[in-house]
Design a protein around this ligand. Sequence first.
Ligand code: AMP
Length: 181
Amino acid sequence: MGPPGAGKGTQASFIGETYSIPQISTGDILRDAMKRETDMGKKARDFINEGKLVPDEVVIGIVRDRLQEADVKNGYILDGFPRTTAQADALKTMLATMGQKLDFALSLDVPEELLVERLLDRARKEGRSDDTEPVIRSRLETYRSQTLPLMEYYQNEGILHTVNGVGSLEEVTGRIKGILG
Ligand code: AMP
């Protein structure tokens, strides 16, 4: 977990490679659906381009389907999911049915000024349709109002680890490795 621009995707990809487990990114799955213009992609487009969350039932469905696939047998890293307490509840129920539980919840912590700077830089490099300044502000607000409450949720579950997300890629990676072992 972490605000937009905190480096979730980059660090999740590193964790996936290091531990040989798949990275499940709801954002990537949604962007791919948008590109392919599937029904789900069309449904998600306006939410994404306005910096709002795609409805819970859509993303919960994505994760439910993905967790049925064979490659998640030995573990996986969820990137950008859950983002609401309703999603966290759905995940908990899903995992209980599968006889699984979450081992770690990692939260990447980066000050807001730095996030906007990083996202505008990414916009120049990657051209993501939701990396414009007004949409970035809206995504930050969405994060604050809907995703931040999850910190307490996972704090109460005893699995929350907050990682300082400021520093070089390697420094942040090192901090995460220190937690996961
Ligand atoms: P991300 O790549 O994780 O920054 O996600 C990009 C956009 O996809 C977000 O701003 C949301 O509009 C949407 N999205 C990704 N994951 C979720 C989620 N778990 N719940 C709702 N919307 C999501």
